[in-house]
Design a protein around this ligand. Sequence first.
Ligand SMILES: [Zn+2]
Ligand SMILES: [Zn+2]
Length: 393
Amino acid sequence: MLKSRIRFDDVHHDDIVYPGAIGFTFVHLATLGALWSGVTPTAVALCLGLYFMRMFAITAGFHRYFSHRSFQTSRFFQFVLAFLSQTSLQQGVLWWSAKHRHHHKYSDTLEDVHSPRHHGFLFAHLGWIFARRRGQADYDLVKDLSAYPELRWLDKHKHLPGVLLGVVCFLVAGWPGLFIGFFLSTVLVYHGAFAINSLAHVFGRQRYLTGDDSRNNWFLALITMGEGWHNNHHYYQVATRQGWRWWEIDVTYYILKLLSWVGLVWDLKGPPGDVLEGERRLPRRAIEQVAHELAATFPIERIAEQVRTTWSQRPSLEEVVATAPKAKARVESMLRDVSIPHAQLPSVDDLRSRARSMAPCTPSLEEVAERAREVVIEAVSAHLIAELQPARA
Ligand SMILES: [Zn+2]
Ligand SMILES: [Zn+2]
């Protein structure tokens, strides 16, 4: 994005439901049980194995299949993916997918449930899960999934797969199996997956202009089995594959490819050529978001002052402002038509070249620059009217 803005907990979140965080805190504290039980090689192997098995389940299941329907599979394997994903104790399959679809619909706007830009870093990482308002999922977004009774059942019994896995770990490797094999791997999967909501919207490179803060980050891609290519993913969400270049390691995709060879999954998708080259035009919402950000890099208040000085010889401005309620449209049209030095009011050319220097290339550059010019004009006009109208009242 044009400019990354991150807030580290400078916000109060009164809507956090603290009792809801008790289970989550308990999972973290349970890892301390290893101080009493000790650590065995079997427990460590279980921990590593379950970390990768469940990270795969989340990225291939919860994310690429259920949230984005980026490939196809049988109804049986669909259930297996949902069940395995839920062993990670990250709520139910319908809840997770609804939350994630909502994230893409409103990425890094105020509506986004976990945007580091608006809600602070820690809230974006994990606080939102326990928030009264933000913790609620909009199930209307996942009607295609809730059509399956077995998925509705699994979503309702959200902790069941995780509890069963915990019991199996205890039976296989005793207390160390439970504390290290199950609880520690659960904690690691939590923070690996959450890092995509928090870190992958702050640190890394933006290859494509997406209208949000998503980034490509190789380190996150390694620990999350491919999810770190998050800017690629936000640019073109229906691709099963998220690491698009040969060096962008995407282990989840490699495993899905293997599964496709044995017929368990099919219709895997990669990015089309124009997407890969960044030639896909931005959707309207993204253009609007980028244009507002671009306009915000200009000092509106100072521009308004300069425009007012330029027009001081022309009483027409004050007369126009006095013609409320049509003043807004008339001032905006004057700003559009009357020749004002570029140093004062940025032209489309100015906006285009600033966008070019600050953001990744996009074929929608012209639309962004033109819309940003309108946004600047609207903001300057609002400022002039606010200043002049009370004076004449
Ligand atoms: Zn996604
Ligand atoms: Zn994202």
